[in-house]
Design a protein around this ligand. Structure first.
Ligand SMILES: [Zn+2]
Length: 270
């Protein structure tokens, strides 16, 4: 064997070994990290925030066929103390704003696959056309869903005055809990993805245990609970492959981030 061939084989072998190790590490990371999917509406409306029910069902089937099991945000927070092995192909499904189709359309579809979700309700919109009524909220709770806050007035919290910030967090939580203490509201999604250090302090003061941002990624035991990443799912007219691609992108970007490498800017090539 010539020297050149030996060198080529050595280099090839080196990359195979490194590639295999990296792939194994990535698969482990995926299994032990938790995607928090972000939806808004499940309807046939023609906008990016409205997912058609049949496409939504294909996405739930994809998760089911790939061995994923849903957990609540509270379960995610509580299990973190057990270390990374606490999670095995777990995910959270969240819905922002509080649309009634979350109960009337999404919930029955998810139930078929043994999945439950979390609804973040902006109190001001309750019972407006298209939004949840109390009956919807009770139905979701009775079907194992987590009820979370999306503030009272759907405001950008980082831009709120201190007294407004306090009122938005306190009043939305108390309003939902007053109806039925079983709601135990202690999670929130930030309207407009707006938050800062003052918001974290106000969340802690008001007993919130988790907050979801709009930043793409998946979550590990090390992700700060008030800065949870999400996998944003939009109705972009594509089939379930786009859903799988968005999940994969969130997993890759968080995996590289765990090694200190931010590849967010490479999103447009993916
Ligand atoms: Zn919102």
């Amino acid at each position: 064997m010539s020297r050149v061939v030996k060198i080529i084989l050595c280099v090839f072998g080196f990359f195979v070994v490194i590639g295999t190790a990296l792939y194994a590490d990535f698969v482990k990371f995926c299994n032990h990290s938790v995607p928090v999917f972000a939806y808004h509406r499940i309807t046939t409306n023609k906008d990016i925030y409205s997912m058609p029910p049949d496409v939504f069902e294909s996405q739930m089937k994809y998760l089911h066929d790939n061995g994923y099991k849903s957990i609540s945000l509270n379960e995610f927070v509580n299990k973190r103390a057990m270390g990374p092995d606490a999670f095995n192909k777990n995910f959270v499904i969240t819905f922002d704003d509080g649309y009634c189709d979350n109960n009337r359309v999404a919930m029955p579809i998810m139930k078929k696959y043994g999945y439950t979700g979390t609804i973040f309700i902006a109190i001001k919109y309750m019972a407006w056309p298209g939004y949840v009524t109390w009956e919807d909220v009770v139905s979701l709770k009775e079907n194992g869903w987590e009820i979370g806050s999306h503030t009272w007035n759907h405001v950008a919290l980082a831009k709120s005055k201190p007294e407004e910030l306090e009122a938005e967090l306190k009043n939305s939580k108390e309003f939902l809990n007053k109806f039925d203490s079983g709601f135990n509201v202690n999670t929130i999604a930030y309207p407009f993805g707006s938050y800062n250090d003052d918001v974290y302090s106000a969340l802690a003061k008001n007993g919130y245990v988790a907050a979801a941002t709009g930043i793409d990624g998946v979550n590990t035991v090390d992700t700060p609970v008030y800065q949870l990443y999400r996998v944003n799912i939009f109705n972009d007219g594509k089939d379930v492959k786009m859903f799988a691609k968005r999940l994969l992108w969130a997993q890759i970007s968080s995996w590289t981030r765990s090694y200190g490498l931010d590849i967010t800017k490479a999103r447009r090539f993916f």
